[in-house]
Design a protein around this ligand. Structure first.
Ligand code: NDP
Length: 238
């Protein structure tokens, strides 16, 4: 059996696809998200599924401890959980801004805080943070979402530099539009329908498997080779 991989946001979309791929490649996997049933129904071999909110340090610590006692130390943490609540900054509620900051920024710090020190002491390990093309450029109605994803890029690159001498890799994957339920949580119906209208210009988003393949490529480089960042989008996306 290969080494333990932890995936947040594993109940849906990109995270679910990543979890399936690592399991297929004989890695034990710890699946984390709030919806336990969605993770358990995948029935992945050598897996542990735990209902954990990524902002809850204590619960994530418990889940990782349990997985490590079964499968050995975490070799790879993939921070994929995220929410995209698009909104007009003049109209959007403070709560929606707060939620995006909590899940998209603090949510990548929770697991990182738990596993990083140990990875550094072992001189191995990989942390992969799922950002977005919205972490590289701005879009209408994306102010706080973009803010959170720019932060993901900055935090990832900063930590990468600080642990590089220990041979630990910290990687950003930044997709353009991917076909997942991500948009469904946006509460403004007008913004949602404009987004879907705009999406017709690229025909469809990427398949989540294309993101999983990028992660496979980055993770399976030798430990002393770090693919620092991948930005991937449909060729027709602006
Ligand atoms: P989905 O909505 O399909 O998946 C989001 C995942 O995040 C779900 O598994 C959800 O699980 C989890 N999640 C949300 N909030 C929490 C929380 N508080 N605690 C734990 N888990 C949480 O969207 P995607 O798969 O598209 O999104 C995955 C990542 O990819 C996100 O970071 C997103 O920003 C990024 N991304 C997506 C793009 C796209 O076009 N789809 C483009 C660029 C980046 P649950 O609800 O069960 O907790």
């Amino acid at each position: 059996m290969k080494k333990l991989v932890v995936i947040t946001g594993a109940s849906s979309g990109i995270g679910k696809t990543i979890a399936k791929q690592f399991s297929k490649n004989n890695h034990p996997v710890l699946l984390l998200s709030r919806r336990l049933d969605k993770m358990e129904e995948l029935e992945l071999q050598n897996s542990l599924c735990k209902s954990v909110d990524v902002t809850d340090l204590e619960k994530m610590q418990e889940a990782i401890k349990e997985a490590e006692s079964k499968f050995g130390k975490v070799d790879c943490l993939i921070n994929c959980a995220g929410i995209m609540l698009l909104g007009d900054p003049k109209e959007q509620s403070f709560n929606e801004w707060n939620d995006m900051i909590d899940v998209n920024i603090k949510g990548i710090l929770t697991g990182t805080n738990i596993v990083l020190k140990d990875m550094v002491s072992r001189n191995e390990g990989t942390i992969i943070n799922i950002s977005s093309i919205a972490g590289r450029k701005t879009f209408d109605n994306h102010a706080v979402y973009c803010g959170t994803k720019f932060a993901v890029h900055a935090i990832t690159e900063n930590i990468r530099k600080e642990v590089a001498s220990s041979n630990v890799r910290v990687i950003t994957i930044a997709p353009g539009v991917v076909e997942t339920p991500l948009l469904s949580h946006t509460s403004d119906e007008n913004i949602k329908s404009n987004y879907n209208e705009w999406k017709k210009s690229i025909e469809s988003g990427l398949d989540p498997q294309q993101i999983a393949s990028c992660i496979d490529f980055a993770y399976n480089q030798p430990q002393d080779v770090c693919i620092r960042e991948i930005v991937i989008a449909k060729t027709k996306q602006e």
